[in-house]
Structures are given as C-alpha cells and as structure tokens.
Write a protein that binds this ligand. Sequence first.
Ligand code: SAH
Ligand code: SF4
Length: 365
Amino acid sequence: MAERPTIYDLSHRELATTLHRWGQPAFRADQIWHWLYRSLVGDWADMGNVPAALRARLADAFDLLPLIPITEQVSANGQTRKVLYRLADGQTLESVLMLYQDRRTACISTQVGCAMGCTFCATGQGGLVRHLSAGEIVAQVIALAREIRAAEIEQAQAQDRRAILEVHPVSNIVLMGMGEPLANWQATWKAIETLTDDRGYNLGARQITLSTVGLIPGIRRLIEAQVPINLAISLHAPNDSLRDQLAPVNRRYPLERLLQAARLYIERLGRRVTFEYALAKDVNDSDDHAQRTAELLRGLLCHVNLIPMNPTPGCPYEPSSRAQMIRFQEVLVKERIQTTVRLSRGVDIEAGCGQLRGRYLESQG
Ligand code: SAH
Ligand code: SF4
C-alpha cells in the first residue's frame, strides 16, 4: 500500500469530511472534486479557485499523481496504447487504452499480480503481489483521460476547446487488466462508485464491464449491489476437468455452481452476461468443445466472445487457427447463442494481460 493515500482514494463524502475537519466551507468538496474529475488537473497549482494554503495542505496529505508512466507501447495502427506505470511503493501495473470509432475504452488493472494462477495468463504466473487501492484503480482512468484530453486540446481549434471539456475522454472501462477484480472487491467497488459519481467523472454504470474468472461470492455481491454494470465471465472450457487445468480456481467454484450464479445474476438484474472464451489450439477448441459449450449455455441470456489464446512467455498453449475459431462460432450460433469472434487487439504490443510488466521485470533482473 502506498505510504500516503492518493486523493483518488477518497469518496466525495470522505473528502467533504476531511475538509470540514480542516475548517473549510462545505462547497470546497464540490470544487475540488470538479478539478479532479472534470478538469482532470495534474497539478494542485491548477486548482485556480482553491486558496493556496489549502492547496498546500492537500498536497501535503495526498498524492495527486500516484501513477508515473515508465514505458508505453503503441500498436502499429496507433489505436491501442499500453502504458506501464510505477506506483508510489515501486510496484508496477499496466493499463491499456483502445480507441474505436465510437468510444475510447480503458482496460484497467485491479491488482498487482493475481492469486488465481490461470495457466495461460502472464499475470497469474507471478502470483499476487498486492491489491490496488480504490484510488490506484481510479487514477488509471484519470491518467489515460488526461492524456486523451491533452492531445485533443492540442489538435482542436480554439473555438472547439470548450466542447472538448464537456465529453468523457475515456468513455468506457473494462476491468480486464491485471488482477481479479472480485478478489479485491472493496477497492474495486469503491472505484466504480467514484467514477460513476455524478458530481465527478459521472461515467454511466453501463459503460463499465467487470471481468471475473468466476468468484461466486463476488458475483453474489454484484447481484446485491443492483448496479447495472456489465458482467463478463472468463469461461474458457465447457467441463470441469479442462477448466480445472486452465483456471485452477474452478476446483473451488465449479461450472455448475458458476452457471447457477450467472443465471441468478441474469434473473435479478435483467441483464445479459458475456462469456469470454480464449481458444487454444488442440486444447479447448474442438467442435465437441463447442457443442458442449452450447449445451452449457443453452437458454441463458448471454453473449460469447471468442478470442485467440495469446501465447505468453512460459505458456504452453498456442492460439487456434482463424478457421477453427469460425467453426467454433458456427456451432454456437447454430444453437442460437450470440457469438462474436475477436482478433485480440494489440497483439503486436503484447496487449495480453501482464506481458509488458513481465518483460519489464525481467529487464530489471
Ligand atoms: N481476472 C479477470 C480479469 C482480468 S484477465 C478474469 O480472469 O476474467 C482479463 C481477460 O484476459 C480474461 O478473460 C482472461 O481469461 C484473459 N486472458 C488472460 N491471459 C490471456 C491469454 N494469454 N490469452 C488470451 N486471453 C487471456
Ligand atoms: Fe488472474 Fe484473470 Fe489472469 Fe486468471 S486470467 S490469473 S484470474 S488475471
């Protein structure tokens, strides 16, 4: 944990309480919140209407830049950028920005490392180092948003600059970076609450997707929270013995119970669930695997995303061929399960979870 909290660790209420304790008028919390989440300032000095003495006190108590970029990779087409950040305690994490025609999606991390040990995942191989704090999760979005905003302002004509300040530079968030978000529930949930707070960044819950390896207690919490974020479940196999191999946490939360939890989520929230399925050649990609997956998901309000397994250092799997991915899709579609084939984005920049960090750590010995 960082020695000094970041300002992004504080909810609006916590900030207001702190400022009240410091003898500040009640409107200050809104003012500062606005600088943080609408103006996206990266320097306390830019908080123009905040008295200098208060800015100094805030700067003393809270870190405004908890993430320092150390390396960045940009895909050949310039639309995917992956940034490796250093945290206050020297740990590192990855965030990815994906620019599409209609949205700008940030793929962010919730932990340094991960304890789940999936055998195909670069992050899983090193185990869990530590949870991220809520502020470290929020700060990834703000850091990327700040970069987009700066680039847009630089390019825009003077008269368009005001309009730029009205839009969300990062329009969508996927919690699909390093770590298992439901294993770091408290910080993840607080970060979601902060980012959706309408006095601040005001992101719509529907613009957020949380991806889980399938921690059932966490899925239950999501059901209880009744907030309409999107849920993605990393399935990767249609039977327990194969899933045990790929995602060992399946031994604790086997498929039948996982599907039960997904069904409950769909019923209670009235929302579709996405199942992620990474196809590895001759491992989980046969026609028979497709047929069994269809049987498993039959009747569920869901969508399946097929992605090629991305080979990581030390990972024993190879990606399926494009042709086999399409065959797999056809089997599911024939069973009336909505299925998309995606070529994973940014393979040329090691966009697979945890790969950039892995290489960086290696280079540091
Ligand atoms: N821990 C969560 C979210 C982070 S991983 C989860 O497992 O869902 C984000 C996604 O990347 C998951 O669907 C995961 O299965 C997938 N992934 C990890 N390593 C991969 C690899 N080498 N190839 C393809 N997908 C991978
Ligand atoms: Fe953790 Fe997700 Fe990687 Fe599995 S795939 S080790 S749950 S980050």
